[in-house]
Design a protein around this ligand. Sequence first.
Ligand code: V47
Length: 367
Amino acid sequence: MDQLMVPSNLADIADKVIRGDRLSADDGIRLFESDDLLALGHLSDLVRQRKHGDRVYFVVNRHINHTNICVNRCRLCAFGKDEDDPSSYVLSLDEIEAKARDAWLKGVSEVHVVGGLHPELSMDYYLEMIRRLREALPGVIIQALTAVEIDYLAELHSLSVHEVLTTLRQAGLDSMPGGGAEVFSHRVRQEICPKKISGERWLEVHAAAHTLGIRTNATMLYGHVETIEERVDHLIRLREQQDRTGGFLTFIPLAFQPRHTELEPAVPTRTTGFDDLKVLAVSRLLLDNFDHIKAYWVMIGPKLTQISLSFGVDDFDGTVMEEKITHAAGADSEQALTRVALIRMIRAAGRIPVERDTLYNVIREGF
Ligand code: V47
């Protein structure tokens, strides 16, 4: 690492990164304030290279969004609908199983299931859904239900989060996705998702999952009303939780898509490529106890995701196959990428594609 590539005002941070020392919240703020994107790239790439060498991970997966009916109706979200909205839907268990069987034929190793907070879908629906997925997809990892959905099920049935998770685990739940974290700050949540569980509660649900051996992901929704300080606070709180439980698999920054959301008048434009790369690089630098940083190509596009492989990212996410949440909010990316397309993008960046499962077990490498 050539220290000359880093401007003098970041030299002390560069020294820490080179030594492998932990960065402070203040360092995080200074990194976000810097417009020397290439310096952030060099530093984050050093960390990524140490952890993963030339390997870049991807997963063959399918997303299933079982319902868009949601009692929270967050201002940040264009996917959630009221029950009487003509575009609202609930997939039957047969429809979910059909999607899973189709995914099986396409060789998935993961299904990723998230939806809205539907007031009439009981635990029985979810348990039967997980059981049917388990049966239709032997050996495939079921990554389902965000902390927000788990908390809602607990509340609906007067159960503890621990009880809900234990029952779902017995039915076949393997892992939980990282959605619903948004930005932990109370101020931000009041503005973008006032009815959603607090950041503290989100962290509690993930801690409960980790205690049961359920590995989970973490996200941060950026590019709306949050400040740099609030981003850094979010990242540091994730890092503290990871120190305590070690259960997070990967961190995924989610770029806010404003179209058709209630926030659109206040935040009419999408994030810029510059900020997308900056968030990924600073996340890699601050989250020293996270093994993986994933760029979600659905939100930032496959081309910028490929570039992000030089900005701290080691994971290209996956084939996805059907995406509704981001596209409801105006994303113009593809609905799916093929395994061949993912391999091509990774190889063209000079890296080694590694097909992984959710838990980062290697399925195949060196295509
Ligand atoms: O929880 C909702 C976010 C999340 C918008 O864990 C929006 O591997 C941008 O969490 N603009 C769902 N984001 C997606 C998600 C996810 C995606 C990929 C991988 C993983 C993983 C998790 O999407 C929601 C919310 O935070 N979201 N609306 C929007 N308008």
